[in-house]
Design a protein around this ligand. Structure first.
Ligand code: SF4
Length: 443
């Protein structure tokens, strides 16, 4: 086995797409400073954890990795361990003092300082950098990306909403947007370098605002779709109170803007939405859904749901179930409420729904959503859809996996095709999460 080299680094990435994009930024910064990324943790002299704090179990996962690293560090004194991202930003110095074998911690706004923190760590100096920089967008840093098919591109960072249950405003700070020109140039560069799809990222992309020109997200999306007509363009995450009719109209007009909108609702009860400080009611949410379906009848809409939020009654839980039946989402990310320390809910509301009730409500939501997804996916059987092949299917190398522009996963016999190809596939079968089919050219 190779002796771990002090300039080789390995990154474990946890959590959301924004964290995956940040790992690309961190890799670029470290490579520019002469460090080298490696694919095998055992070879690395530096191990970084890019952490997620969105829910308790996400933080527990980091804890498990840290225990392993603690053991490795006992055997290999020169090993440098750094924890990045949302966990240290959220738990701050208490995290650092609770983990004395961790050499440094760095919040999401401090990655430009990583090379100097690594140098200090190699001299045995522990450092924590958790300051917010409300102007930092890492503009000008060319992230290192995996593959050549789909790319994540943060267009804004932070969030000014303060939903009662959410840690993001604490872990990622206030909103700031990447200049429109920078985003458009980056997307054009991605297309020129062979990428087929780009996903514009933000905790709440709808509140995007170019600081100099004042352009909003609808302007940005329109400019990006014109700059890269051959690329599929996606974006996430939207907020129901901010999504505009102008934005939806542009998605309907521009062929390369994907007809998939992720619109977290969290609950079907207006009283609970009020307690969650979501800034909209059930009725306002349903009007936004009607507006989207008016302009894009076959739009795929997905959402996020929290079961068992503070004081949620059985009747309010049923309102969430009836909202699922009304909207018929393609898919949902579904969780039961877990208190995050320091959030508004933690400070002001009692977490009074018993865990077993939270779990049984979540189970009901999952079963209903799976049944709806199954029905919606079955409606595709017999149709021909355009699929961007992304990779070999997990099941067999003779099959490819890809996505429709409505973000539905499709598995089909590869024939003469390869990842990166746009393939017309006739759908022959469906589960609640995957479509199967045959490429029309092979029929
Ligand atoms: S919009 Fe609300 S839930 Fe989403 S990141 Fe911001 S505070 Fe969190």
């Amino acid at each position: 086995m190779l002796k771990p080299s002090s300039t080789l680094f390995f990154i474990h990435t946890f959590g959301c797409q924004m964290n995956q994009a940040d790992t690309g930024i961190v890799t670029s910064i470290l490579q520019d400073a002469g460090f080298e990324r490696c694919g095998d943790e055992a070879e690395a002299g530096i191990v970084l954890l890019n952490s997620c704090a969105v829910r308790e179990n996400a933080v527990d996962r980091i804890g498990n990795f840290l225990q392993q690293l603690k053991g490795r560090k006992r055997r290999q004194k020169a090993l440098v361990v750094g924890v990045l991202g949302c966990v240290p930003q959220f738990e701050r110095e208490s995290f650092f003092s609770a983990n004395p074998f961790v050499d440094f911690i760095a919040g999401p706004d401090t990655y430009r300082a990583l090379p100097s923190m690594l140098d200090a760590a190699m001299e045995g100096k522990r450092q924590s950098r958790l300051e917010y920089d409300h102007d930092e967008t890492y503009a000008g840093i060319d992230p290192v990306r995996e593959g050549r098919i789909g790319a994540f591109l943060p267009v804004m960072r932070g969030c000014n909403n303060h939903c009662a249950f959410c840690v993001v405003p604490v872990t990622r700070g206030r909103e700031r947007s990447v200049p429109l020109r920078t985003v458009v140039d980056e997307v054009a560069r991605l297309e020129a370098s062979g990428f087929r799809e780009v996903t514009l990222l933000g905790q709440n992309v709808n509140s995007y605002r170019d600081a100099s020109g004042g352009e909003d997200f609808a302007n940005l999306l329109n400019a990006v779709s014109q700059a890269a007509p051959g690329m599929r363009i996606r974006f996430t995450t939207s907020h129901p109170k901010d999504i505009s009719e102008e934005l939806v109209r542009i998605i309907a007009e521009r062929p390369n803007l994907c007809n998939h909108i992720h619109l977290p609702v969290q609950s079907g009860s207006s009283r609970i939405l009020g307690l969650m400080r979501r800034g909209h009611t059930r009725e306002e949410y349903l009007r936004k859904i009607d507006m989207i379906r008016h302009h894009i009848p076959d739009a795929a809409i997905t959402t996020d749901l929290i079961a068992g939020f503070c004081s949620e009654s059985d009747e309010e839980h049923r309102q969430t179930l009836s909202l699922l039946e009304t909207v018929r989402f393609d898919a949902s990310f579904m969780f039961y409420y877990s208190v995050r320390p320091g959030t508004w809910a933690d400070r002001n509301l009692a977490d009074d729904v018993p865990e077993e009730v939270k779990k049984s409500r979540l189970q009901e939501i999952i079963e209903l959503q799976n049944a709806i997804s199954q029905e919606r996916f079955r409606e595709e059987v017999g149709r021909t859809v355009e699929v961007l092949a992304e990779s070999e299917s997990r099941r067999s190398a003779s099959q490819l996996m890809g996505r429709t522009e409505t973000n539905r996963a499709v598995v089909f016999d590869r024939g003469r095709f390869a990842p990166g190809d746009l393939v017309r596939v006739r759908i022959s079968g469906a589960s609640s999460a995957t479509l199967v089919g045959v490429s029309v050219d092979e029929e």
